[in-house]
Design a binder for this molecule. Structure first.
Ligand code: ADP
Ligand code: MG
Length: 303
């Protein structure tokens, strides 16, 4: 049976190099470098087996997804990635599991240039917590709170794909095989929009990543900015694969979680970044309104 330290040094310690890393795995803390005038931005996200991923999910997928979902918060701030730490709770020291998990981590570390600089390894029910750290210049972070009446509302990518993929995995819906493969990939390997976030730094008035569903997350921008948001259901970007679901596609696009696209507001006249579409407008009032007759269960809530 490998010890905790065998696992760490065999499977995690090699993922710790990066331009901002002064000291990585092996001491009491890691040391990361900031440029003059920068601020540290940090966030932590936890995935629990049976709550955030289905039991028996392939460990490589858990590893990749745990990082991508956490990195998405850095994207939503416009942050430059510095490094992350991972607290891993395992039922047993299953080295095949840890090896596969670390391969998923390695893919994400390289895709997002976010080295793994430390962590904690404990025994218990399978749980993965990823703490991400990034940098922004003082007073330049993208917040939820800057949306102005008259701004246009945008999203990146397509919406509802992860919810469609999950519905397929849970046997609630049977799309065509090609559509199923695409949607499952979107559920299992979400893309954090890190580059887009940095592109938005100079222009967006408010930004959030869509983890709980568009209605819920646009609602956070509205609340933080003291405005209302009007969404046009016909403008929602829906992939050809999800469109196979007909009307349910719109419901998933509005309420399905786990897409990790960015929703942001731009002053009128600012051109939309590539791959982003306008879905609504910031108006006077509060909350989110949409011209679709759907059950607006307002996204996923844990309690
Ligand atoms: P400490 O007792 O100081 O908390 P640990 O014994 O928990 O240190 O961990 C030893 C070293 O290994 C530390 O540098 C820690 O950051 C790192 N580490 C522990 N678990 C992980 C992990 N899952 N991934 C990456 N680094 C880890
Ligand atoms: Mg420790």
């Amino acid at each position: 049976m490998p010890s905790e330290f065998d696992l760490i040094y065999r499977h995690f310690a090699h993922l710790g190099a990066g331009p901002a890393v002064e000291l990585s795995v092996g001491d009491d803390c890691a040391i990361l470098k900031l440029e003059p005038g920068e601020r540290l931005v940090t966030s932590v996200d936890t995935l629990v087996e049976g709550v955030h991923f289905l039991p028996d999910t392939f460990p490589e997928i858990i590893g990749y997804r745990a990082v991508a979902t956490a990195v998405s918060d850095l994207a939503a701030m416009g942050a430059r990635p510095l490094g992350m730490t991972i607290a891993l709770t395992l039922p047993d020291a299953d080295e095949f599991w840890v090896h596969s998990f670390s391969q998923g981590l390695a893919e994400a570390v390289s895709e997002y240039s976010l080295p793994l600089v430390g962590g904690d390894t404990t025994r218990g029910p399978l749980t993965v917590s990823v703490q991400v750290m990034g940098a922004v210049h003082a007073d330049q972070a993208l917040l939820r709170s800057g949306a102005q009446v008259g701004d246009a509302v945008y999203v990146s990518g397509t919406l509802g794909d992860a919810a469609g993929g999950l519905a397929f995995l849970q046997d609630e819906w049977r799309p065509s095989p090609d559509a199923a493969a695409y949607l499952v990939e979107r559920h299992e390997r979400p893309t954090a929009r890190l580059a887009l976030g940095q592109q938005l730094l100079a222009v967006a008035t408010a930004t959030i990543d869509i983890s709980d569903g568009l209605l819920a997350d646009a609602g956070h921008i509205a609340a933080a900015s003291g405005v209302a948001i009007e969404l046009e259901s016909a403008a929602l970007p829906i992939s050809p694969a999800l469109a196979e679901a007909g009307e349910r596609a719109t419901t998933w696009a509005l309420t399905g979680g786990d897409d990790y696209e960015l929703c942001f507001t731009l002053p009128v006249g600012v051109p939309a970044p590539e791959g982003c579409v306008r879905i609504g407008t910031v108006v006077v009032g509060e909350g989110v309104r949409v011209d679709a007759d759907i059950d607006t269960g307002a996204g996923y809530q844990h309690f």
